[in-house]
Ligand binder design. Structure first.
Ligand code: MRU
Length: 345
């Protein structure tokens, strides 16, 4: 299945990113040629979604090494500085730190010649990108069996091709089920306050011809109560060693609602999203974003000036609400702590 858009594209001397802030109105590719620009693109959500952030970070580090050595200082210095700047862009998605660490490890054994170093770093970033697409496809083929033919499936935020190097995690599983011939309908939570569901998931599914219905976040309970949803599937930004899942704010509510209605709640994420160093979800750093995202809707004020605002971008769903985690290595089932331990053994 070839998708009719590309989230990111590496040209050899620049990283092109589909500006996700402008969707669904405009499809614009923005061009980035240095690491601070790439860090800014992650921070301002030109690109978002845990795996896509990781891949973007890897190419940002390639861009920090000037092949002509024109920066007038050893490439390692620029690389180190770029790793810090990019690493400070967003705190929750562990894929960012995973990709930086992988690039750091690759950089450790490289020669002093910047041209050679950049070539090898580029090879590593391309591998990270390609492995991400491959992992998503594998997740799809493992996870498709979880979705019954004829099911309506609820999803929250955007865990699709737009959030990865291609194909998607949660939407990848849905894509694979559809490709296997199943009739699947998707209920798309709009995902307040940044509207990743309304702006991105609905756009991506419609581009792909997968039937979907947009709902506001507070409608999910009614639809579940009416028996209209047979499964929920979401992505993840970080999974702790005990199986607690950090994902877009509102995910926890969806999981609790699913449990109350005896509907399975699935998470699809590559192993690069699992952080076994963090024992429980309580230790996952949660990004707090600008209050303007809550007080304003598409640039227009909807709340009184000066009102106090709380805007955590993610929440943590306790492992006990998760029916299964789909990874590229297979489906993990409860008890998740044990399944995750076995996975990393
Ligand atoms: O703030 P965002 O848009 O980067 O948040 C994205 C999510 O929460 C996704 O569900 C998650 O990163 C998984 S993407 C495959």
């Amino acid at each position: 299945m070839t998708l009719p858009f590309q989230t990111l594209e590496w040209t050899g001397d620049a990283l092109l990113l589909l500006d996700q802030r402008a969707l669904p109105e405009k499809e614009t590719m923005l061009r980035f040629t240095d690491a601070p620009g790439v860090a800014g693109a992650i921070r301002t959500m030109v690109v978002r979604g845990a795996p896509a952030i990781g891949v973007t970070a890897a190419f940002g580090l390639v861009l920090s090494v000037r092949a002509d050595g024109a920066a007038g200082r050893p490439w390692r210095e620029a690389f180190r500085e770029a790793a810090e700047t990019i690493g400070a862009s967003r705190p929750t998605a562990v894929n960012l730190f995973w990709a930086i660490e992988r690039m750091r490890r690759a950089a450790a054994s490289l020669p002093d010649d910047p041209r050679e170093a950049r070539r090898m770093l580029e090879r590593e970033a391309v591998a990270i990108r390609d492995e991400d697409v491959e992992a998503n496809r594998r997740m799809g083929s493992h996870g498709a069996e979880l979705l019954p033919d004829g099911a309506s499936v609820l999803t929250h935020c955007n865990a699709g091709a737009l959030a990865t190097a291609g194909y998607g995690t949660a939407l990848g599983v849905i894509r694979a089920a559809v490709a296997a011939g199943k009739k699947i309908h998707v209920y798309v939570d709009e995902t307040r306050p940044f509207l990743q569901g309304a702006r991105l998931t609905a756009w991506e599914l419609m581009k792909d011809g997968i039937p979907c219905t947009l709902i506001t976040d507070n409608m999910a309970a009614k639809l579940l109560g009416d028996g209209k949803i047979q499964a929920a599937i979401v992505g993840a930004d970080r999974i702790a060693g005990n199986g607690d899942v950090a994902n877009k704010i509102g995910t926890y509510g969806v999981a609790v609602l699913c449990r109350a209605h005896k509907v399975p709640f699935y998470v699809a994420a590559p192993c690069s999203t699992i952080d076994p160093a963090i024992r429980t979800g309580a230790r996952i750093p949660i990004e707090e974003r600008d209050g303007g995202e809550v007080t304003h809707l598409m640039g227009k004020r909807i709340a009184p000036d000066g009102v106090a605002v709380c805007n955590p971008a993610f929440d943590v769903t306790p492992a006990r609400f998760v029916s299964a985690i789909v990874t590229e290595k297979g489906i993990l089932r409860p008890p998740l702590a044990r399944a995750l331990r076995d996975l990393f053994r």
